[in-house]
Design a protein around this ligand. Structure first.
Ligand code: ATP
Ligand code: MG
Ligand code: ZN
Length: 322
C-alpha cells in the first residue's frame, strides 16, 4: 500500500485539527458547567488526580491500593453524573464529541489506520487520480459484455480483455505488475476499463494517476516554460514518475512534435527504469504508433507493454439506440 503522500500528509493534519477541535469544544462545555454548577470544578480536579493516583498505586509508590483508587473513580463519576442530572445536563455533556468514536479522531486504532481515515484517503485518491467524476459510472461492475454479443469473436475477445484487466487489478503490485497497452477504435470501452482499473486500485490503497496524454503533455509544457507555481498548483510532475500506476489515456490524441514525443519517451523510460507500471490506451494501431513515434519509443518501450486489443462496435453509438 502506498497512499498518495500529499493526501496522506494533508489528511493526517486534518485529523489532528479535528481532534484538537473536539477537545477544545469539550473544554468550553466543561467551563460552562463549572460556571453553572457549584462544586463541580473541585470534583473534576479530584477526578483528574485519580490518574496519577492509579499509577502510583500500581507502582506501589503510595500506601493506597489499586482497588481503593478504582472504587474512588467510580464513586466520583457517579457523584458527577448525579450532580449534572440535578442541573439538567446529560452525564457526557462535557465529553469530547468525536466524529469517529472508534479512533477518537486520531485516525488510528491499535497502530492501524482506522476505517474512517481509509475512506477519507480513498476519496482523496479518487480526486488526485483525476477521475473522480468518471468513477461513478465506469467500473468493472458496470462494464457489460452484452454490447459485444453481435459478433462471437468480439464477445470472446472482450471477455478475455475484461478478465485480464480484472486479474491485473486483483494481483496488482507496483513492484511486479507489468505494463498494458489498450488498443482499439473509438467507443470500445478503453477509457471505461482504465477508469475501472484505477478505481479498483485506489480502493486497495494504491496511488494512481490517470491522465489524458494531452493533459500530461500540457503539464510538462507549462513546466518547461516556467509557468509552474509548483506544489499545490497540481502541476507536480513527480506524480507522473513516482505514482504506483500511471494511466495515460488516448495516447496519439496529442499533436505530434519533438517535444510531445520526447515527453512521452521521458515519462515511460523513467517509469520502466524504476520498475513502475504504466497503462496506455490509444486509438492508433501498431503501424500508426510506429510511424508516429520515433523508433526509440516504439521498438524498445512499447515492447515492454502487453497489448490488449479491444474489438466490437462503438458502444457509444449502441447506447444511443437503447
Ligand atoms: N462494455 C461496456 N459496458 C458499459 N458501458 C460501456 C462499455 N463500453 C463502453 N461503454 C460506455 O461507452 C462510452 C464510450 O466508452 P469509452 O469512453 O470507454 O470508449 P473508448 O474506447 O475510450 O473510446 P475513445 O477511443 O473514443 O476514447 C462510455 O460512456 C462508456 O462508459
Ligand atoms: Mg477513451
Ligand atoms: Zn476512525
Amino acid at each position: 500500500m502506498a497512499y498518495n503522500v500529499n493526501n496522506f500528509r494533508r489528511i493526517r493534519e486534518e485529523y489532528k485539527e479535528k481532534y484538537k477541535k473536539a477537545e477544545a469544544e469539550a473544554d468550553v462545555r466543561r467551563r460552562e458547567l463549572w460556571g453553572k454548577i457549584d462544586g463541580l470544578r473541585a470534583l473534576d480536579a479530584a477526578l483528574s488526580a485519580t490518574g496519577p493516583r492509579l499509577l502510583n498505586a500500581i507502582l506501589g509508590k503510595s500506601g493506597e491500593s489499586f482497588e481503593k483508587v478504582k472504587s474512588d473513580v467510580e464513586r466520583l463519576n457517579q457523584e458527577r453524573s448525579l450532580l449534572l442530572a440535578t442541573y439538567g445536563f446529560p452525564p457526557d455533556y462535557s465529553d469530547p464529541r468525536y466524529e469517529c468514536e472508534k479512533c477518537r479522531d486520531s485516525g488510528y486504532v491499535d497502530g492501524e489506520i482506522c476505517e474512517c481515515m481509509k475512506l477519507r484517503l480513498r476519496l482523496a485518491g479518487y480526486e488526485s487520480s483525476g477521475i473522480a467524476k468518471l468513477m461513478d459510472t465506469q467500473s468493472f461492475e458496470t462494464f457489460k459484455l452484452d454490447y459485444y454479443r453481435t459478433n462471437q469473436r468480439s464477445y470472446e475477445n472482450m471477455s478475455y480483455v475484461l478478465r485480464t484487466m480484472r486479474e491485473y487489478a486483483d494481483n496488482f503490485n507496483p513492484d511486479r505488475s507489468g505494463n498494458l497497452l489498450l488498443l482499439g477504435g473509438t467507443g470500445l470501452g478503453k477509457t471505461h476499463l482504465s477508469t475501472a482499473l484505477a478505481k479498483a486500485l485506489i480502493d486497495n490503497g494504491y496511488d494512481v494517476v490517470y491522465t489524458g496524454a494531452i493533459g500530461m503533455i500540457a503539464d510538462f509544457e507549462q513546466h518547461r516554460f516556467g509557468n509552474s507555481a509548483g506544489g499545490e498548483s497540481g502541476n507536480d510532475l513527480d506524480r507522473y514518475y513516482d505514482c504506483d500506476l500511471l494511466i495515460i489515456d488516448d495516447l496519439g490524441a496529442e499533436v505530434s512534435n519533438q517535444f510531445t514525443v520526447s515527453t512521452v519517451y521521458n515519462v515511460l523510460n523513467n517509469r520502466i527504469s524504476l520498475g513502475l507500471p504504466t497503462v496506455i490506451s490509444t486509438n492508433l494501431n501498431q503501424n500508426e504508433l510506429n510511424s508516429r513515434y520515433w523508433d526509440r519509443i516504439t521498438s524498445r518501450i512499447l515492447g515492454e507493454f502487453r497489448p490488449l486489443i479491444f474489438s466490437g462496435s462503438d458502444v457509444r453509438k449502441l447506447k444511443l439506440t437503447e
